[in-house]
Design a protein around this ligand. Structure first.
Ligand code: PHE
Length: 356
């Protein structure tokens, strides 16, 4: 058949020139497509004599195959080149140094928690933990807060929803860290010396209250632990925490169902010039609740109140952070505002200051 060689050269040239998928597809349509040059020649075989057909048929078939093979090869080349280009454009230098200005920071609550743990560790306390979703038994009953006690409503408790017919005990978001006292004594008995830092929840929201906040519980049980030991321990803690030698604490008689006697503790401070100073001045700031563990609480935890006694306290961690680092609004603690975190946050390797 005439002109086949010339046709082949032309198509092969077009294949080689096609530099993207669309151009290559156009070459395929104009050669092998229904009305393509090669297809038209194949169709023309029908009008030929048997002899002519015998000669032209195999030659055309060979041409068809060669063109199809060349197009497939070109397509593979183009795909490989496209991948190559994409990989080159998306290349990342993993050995580049991190951008220092964008580093994260330690939240003041985490920092203060670490400081508190470090100070009490020096005093021989270990850390205990309990669940944040607590049964009303641990959060109230075992702490000598019976169902009808006003504290249950005073604490603005979050109750977990219970489906009808669900007869598991009622659960609450713990309103304080005191249930950890019960859990710890139940599991380990007496004597003991623990602190239990963690999240607590109450339905309350203003400049000094958020629905979730942090407390650290303290518990020391022994044969002859007294209120005097409590006073010494809290003074020692405040001296170390606020890094001030001359601190003064004021114990105010108070009431908690789980301690008897009970005391709320204020620290002497001054707000002169809008600047908070601990240990001087004429103001008092409440920082914690405390007292001698009530015999009923020991009993509920399986500890014999005729043999053992001790003190407990609950400190507001967020309060401590506001006081020590001069942060005026508690709500900002939990807004996740990056500018706030950069301003008040701590560097990862800052060693907690214990004042020791
Ligand atoms: N649980 C009390 C509160 O949340 C604080 C406290 C703890 C008081 C231990 C006395 C003893 O207010």
């Amino acid at each position: 058949m005439d002109g086949l060689d010339e046709l082949k050269l032309r198509i092969m040239d077009q294949v080689a020139q096609a530099d993207d998928e669309a151009a290559l597809e156009a070459v395929r349509v104009s050669s092998l497509g229904k009305k393509g040059e090669v297809s038209l020649k194949v169709r023309a075989l029908g009008g030929m004599s048997a002899e002519e057909r015998q000669q032209a048929g195999p030659a055309l078939n060979a041409l068809k195959d060669e063109v199809a093979t060349a197009i497939a090869a070109r397509r593979a080349d183009l795909a490989a080149a496209a991948l190559e280009a994409r990989l080159a454009s998306e290349w990342v230098d993993v050995s580049q140094p991190a951008r220092v200005r964008r580093r994260g920071s330690i939240h003041p609550v985490s920092q203060v928690t670490e400081e508190v743990i470090a100070i009490f560790a020096d005093l021989g306390y270990s850390v205990a933990e309990g669940p944040q979703v607590e049964t009303d038994f641990y959060n109230f009953d075992a702490l000598n807060i019976p169902a009808e006690h006003p504290t249950r409503t005073e604490m603005d408790t979050f109750y977990l929803h219970r489906a009808e017919g669900d007869n598991r005990p009622p659960h609450v978001l713990r309103t304080h860290t005191s249930p950890v006292q019960i859990r710890h004594m139940e599991a380990h008995g007496a004597p003991c010396q623990i602190i239990a830092p963690g999240r607590v929840y109450r339905a309350d929201y203003d400049q000094t209250h958020t629905p979730m906040f942090h407390q650290v519980e303290g518990l020391a049980i022994g044969k002859d632990i007294s209120m005097a030991n409590l006073k010494w321990t809290l003074e020692e803690f405040c001296r170390a925490f606020f890094e001030v030698d001359e601190i003064e604490l004021r114990f105010r008689a108070s009431h908690f169902p789980f301690t008897e006697p009970s005391a709320e503790v204020d620290i002497r401070c001054s707000w002169a010039g809008g600047q908070l100073k601990i240990g001087e001045g004429d103001d008092w700031m409440e920082i914690l609740g405390s007292g001698m563990v009530h015999p009923k609480v020991l009993q509920a935890s399986g500890v014999d109140p005729d043999l053992w006694q001790g003190f407990a306290f609950g400190i507001g961690i967020d309060r401590l952070a506001m006081l020590k680092y001069g942060i005026p609004d508690l709500r900002a603690f939990f807004d996740s505002d990056l500018r706030w975190l950069r301003h008040y946050g701590f560097r990862a390797l800052d060693v907690p200051a214990t004042g020791a």
